[in-house]
Ligand binder design. Structure first.
Ligand SMILES: [Zn+2]
Length: 151
């Protein structure tokens, strides 16, 4: 079931989220509900604080609007390296109707855990790299409007 998306300026969006410690049924259910919420919105990324849960996880499906669904869940994500710079438009489900230009790393190397707690590391570029940086920001209480580039 989709959950309600928390809107700016709700304080949960400004709270640094705590690491996920328990990889249990409740976590799997939360991730499922976050994916439902993301697809219903519709969006391509959603962080737990956006459904009022101050824990370090986000969901992403960068390509479902153009093809089959490919749901991804990132638990306790950490961006360990970035390369290149790119500026582009970003929107946020928590800030409806607003698009801002944001400068980001063009590619990022990310470490995260899956729903079973297993560790992963991979490099992402293109839209996925931008989305991962946007969603990881949410876990630190940072919004894209904070990073709006100088016109
Ligand atoms: Zn957002």
């Amino acid at each position: 079931m989709p959950r309600a998306v928390v809107l700016h300026p709700d304080p949960v969006l400004r709270t640094v989220a705590v690491p996920v410690a328990r990889f249990d049924e409740a976590l799997a259910r939360l991730a499922e509900e976050m994916l439902d919420t993301m697809y219903a919105a519709p969006g391509r990324g959603l962080a737990a604080p956006q459904v009022g849960v101050s824990q370090r996880l986000f969901v992403m499906d960068a390509t479902w609007k153009d093809g089959p669904r490919r749901p991804c869940v990132f638990v306790n994500p950490e961006i360990v390296a970035g390369e290149g710079r790119v500026t582009g438009p970003e929107a946020c489900l928590s800030i409806p109707g607003r698009t801002v230009q944001v400068e980001r790393d063009a590619s990022v190397t990310v470490r995260w855990q899956d729903l079973g707690g297993a560790a992963h590391e991979a490099r992402f570029d293109g839209f996925e790299a931008i989305c991962i940086q946007h969603e990881t920001d949410h876990l630190d209480g940072v919004l894209c409007i904070d990073r709006e580039a100088e016109a």
